[in-house]
Design a protein around this ligand. Structure first.
Ligand code: THU
Length: 160
């Protein structure tokens, strides 16, 4: 038996003013998407913005449903839109922003496990890591250099 270490690193920014121009622009797009979320049940709005290699920006937001499990997260709406509209164009970066009409979201909100798995498919497919930036409505931003760094021991096609 032996212990193995799993490590991941991320950069923590105090607020959007510390971001590069491109990161700030993409986060602004995520905020724009977030404002159009359909979240009447949770009141928790999430927006995602993907920057693609062809300079397109593909947006997504959470779409809820009265049959709760039939709703969908912002990140998967965005990545599936990108995958269907631009099937062979690489993702360069993902920005995520979350807010709530019930409470102030002032901590970075990372993508849920199911979204990490869905997103990992595209990072693996394109053989190029993409940074992921996430935040709440205000406050700190986390930036990781790759999606897979958020998903150790992930499942991929090599197991099939
Ligand atoms: N949600 C997202 O859109 N992305 C995540 O990564 C986590 C959660 C949405 C799903 C649901 O509409 C609401 O946030 C509350 O869970």
């Amino acid at each position: 038996m032996k212990k193995i270490e799993i490590s991941a690193s991320a950069t923590l920014y105090s607020d959007v003013s510390e971001l590069s121009l491109e990161d700030k622009m993409l986060m602004d797009k995520a905020v724009e998407a977030r404002k159009k979320a359909y979240a009447p049940y949770s009141k928790f709005n999430v927006g995602a913005a993907l920057l693609l290699e062809n300079n397109e920006i593909v947006l997504g937001n959470n779409q809820e449903n009265a049959a709760y499990p039939s709703g969908m997260c912002a990140e998967r709406v965005a990545v599936w839109r990108a995958g269907s509209e631009f099937p062979n164009v690489k993702v360069l970066k993902l920005a995520i922003s979350a807010s709530s009409s019930i409470t102030k979201v002032d901590k970075p909100v990372g993508p849920c496990g199911a979204c990490r798995q869905s997103l990992s498919e595209y990072e693996i497919k394109q053989k190029q890591p993409f940074p992921v930036l996430f935040m709440g409505e205000v406050g700190e931003i986390v930036k990781t250099e790759s999606l897979l760094s958020l998903l150790p021991f992930s499942f991929d096609s090599s197991y099939l």
